[in-house]
Every structure is written in C-alpha cells, then in structure tokens.
Design a protein around this ligand. Structure first.
Ligand code: HEM
Length: 140
C-alpha cells in the first residue's frame, strides 16, 4: 500500500495533527545566526517545517508524489517528531490509518455532505463540522 501511505503522509504534511512540541537546549549553540543559550525552551514546529518551499516546492499543493523514491530530505517531514522522543505510536498509527483507508476504499463510495467544509485549528486541525459523509456500499 505504498501509494496509500504516500497519500496519508501528504495529509500529515499539510495538516499535521500535532503542530510541534517543546525542547530544552542542553548546550549553548548557534542556529540560523541566532545564539541559543543552554536552558532555553524551544518550540519546533511541524507545520512551518512542512510548509518550507525549500524542501516542499509549492507547499500548499496536495501532491503525494513528494513521498516517492527516497522522499523528503531527512528531518524535514516530522509529523511524528524526531530524535529520542519520536512518537512511539508511529507504526501503530500507520497500521490503523492504512487498515482504515483499505476498508473505506474497498467497501464504499462516499461523498462529503459539506463540500467546502473548513478546517479549524483548536489546537489540532479538525474539520469544522466533523466531516459528515454519505457512504454508498459497493454492490457485492
Ligand atoms: C497520526 C497519529 C499520531 C501523530 C501524528 C503523533 C504525533 C506525535 C508527535 C509529534 C509527538 C512528539 C514527538 C517529539 O517530541 O519528537 C508524539 C509523541 C507521543 N506519541 Fe504520538 N502521534 C500519533 C499517534 C500516536 C499513537 C497511536 C500513540 C499511542 C498508541 C502515540 C503515543 C505517543 C506518546 C506516548 C508520545 C510521547 C513520547 C515521548 O515524549 O517520549 N502517538 N506523537
């Protein structure tokens, strides 16, 4: 299900469920000409990393082919975070997403009830009206 996962990754890129998280600098260091002293709290943002046109050309375009081949540059696609505190539920989430997509596509056609439903961020991005859909089972 390589293509399905590419589609899921593109969704995670465009609308990361977790926008980012905090870290604490354990040493003094320079980043982009900014001096960061030891002990400072830092916020890494999945959202702004995923919208950086240097790594994701036309960042607002939905394009699952970004994940073909070797995919994005390391550490630029971070919906599950990174490093020692990377999400331990990553593989479980992947499995659940793919199983859900498989059954949805194999069993149903569907249409959105609200065609232009907005996404609201509160603080996670969610469909404003809960994404109501009409499901039509495929004929056996
Ligand atoms: C699409 C689904 C999910 C996304 C996008 C997601 C994303 C994230 C992110 C961004 C972090 C912070 C990582 C960091 O600080 O580097 C995190 C941490 C964590 N996630 Fe997930 N997660 C997902 C599903 C799950 C599931 C299914 C579980 C458990 C069954 C889970 C359990 C955790 C735990 C326990 C942490 C804290 C890890 C730590 O601080 O050491 N996550 N997740």
């Amino acid at each position: 299900m390589k293509y399905s996962w590419n589609v899921a990754c593109e969704v995670l890129r465009v609308a990361s469920p977790l926008q980012g998280a905090f870290r604490e600098a354990i040493v003094d260091f320079m980043f982009n000409r900014f001096y960061i002293p030891k002990g400072w709290k830092l916020y890494w943002s999945a959202n702004s990393t995923h919208k950086n046109p240097e790594f994701f050309p036309e960042p607002n375009k939905f394009d699952p082919s970004r994940f073909e081949g070797s995919g994005p540059t390391p550490c630029t696609f971070v919906p599950f975070g990174g490093g020692p505190r990377i999400c331990p539920g990553k593989e479980y989430a992947r499995l659940k997403i793919l199983v859900f997509m498989h059954h949805l596509v194999k069993r149903f056609k569907w249409e959105k009830v609200i065609v232009d439903e907005k996404i609201v961020v509160d603080p996670m991005p969610v469909p404003a009206k809960g994404l109501p859909v009409k499901l039509y089972p495929h004929k056996p």
